[in-house]
Ligand binder design. Structure first.
Ligand code: SAM
Length: 197
């Protein structure tokens, strides 16, 4: 049987050339260029960090004086003196434990690119994604400093408007962002908020 020819994805190729572990780096890069999220010296919490492209990009942006803390169920392909990684389930790692183990009491940015393993059941995948996003919000509420940035990925669906309202209520005004590098068939969208002082 003849296999259909599938050209390699532009962003996957670019990520390989630029030595990032995943194409998802261009979503964060675009958000950062548009909204100026990350700066030198900052402390960044990266939830759902594996294989590590967001953490790698964040490390480049915060520089040697900054710190990046990553959490994921899976291991990452990133190592740096100012990178701390927890291989853990985000539901089993408390914000207090995170702060205690890293010696950081507040972060300048909480990023979440967490996603459930997709099953093909759109509704189920959506609710699992919202569940992860809610956990990210819960953590951000505890550890994000006033003026700090919260960026979270969600698969759109019926619970999305309620989640956006929750972010507004707990942190502040919200922007919705769909990066150019998001695959056309994907229902992912990013929610961005800056914590009000
Ligand atoms: C799209 S990938 C993240 C890619 C990453 N931002 C990068 O640029 O390399 C989503 C990640 O969410 C993680 N994840 C899903 N559920 C999680 C959970 N309960 N706790 C921690 N990480 C989780 C997955 O293991 C997966 O690595």
């Amino acid at each position: 049987m003849l296999m259909a020819y599938k050209p390699r994805d532009y962003y996957a190729k670019k990520a390989k050339q630029e030595k990032y572990p995943a194409r998802s780096v261009y979503k964060l890069k675009e958000a950062d260029q548009k909204y100026r999220l990350l700066r030198r010296g900052q402390k960044v919490l990266d939830l759902g960090a594996a294989p590590g492209s967001w953490s790698k990009y964040a490390l480049e942006k915060v520089g040697k004086t900054g710190l990046v803390v990553g959490v994921d169920l899976n291991p990452v392909k990133v190592s740096a003196p100012n990178f701390v990684f927890f291989q853990a389930d985000i539901f089993e790692l408390s914000p207090e434990e995170l702060c205690e183990k890293t010696g950081v009491s507040v972060f300048d940015a909480v990023l979440s690119d967490m996603a459930p393993k997709t099953t093909g059941d759109r509704s189920g995948d959506h609710f699992r994604s919202v569940h992860l996003a809610e956990r990210a919000l819960e953590i951000a509420e505890k550890v994000l400093k006033p003026g700090g940035v919260f960026l979270v990925k969600v698969f759109e669906g019926e619970a999305f408007p309620r989640f956006v309202e929750e972010v507004k209520k707990r942190l502040g005004p919200v922007k919705r962002f769909r990066p150019k590098s998001t695959r056309s068939e994907s229902r992912e969208i990013f929610v961005l908020a800056r914590r009000e002082s």
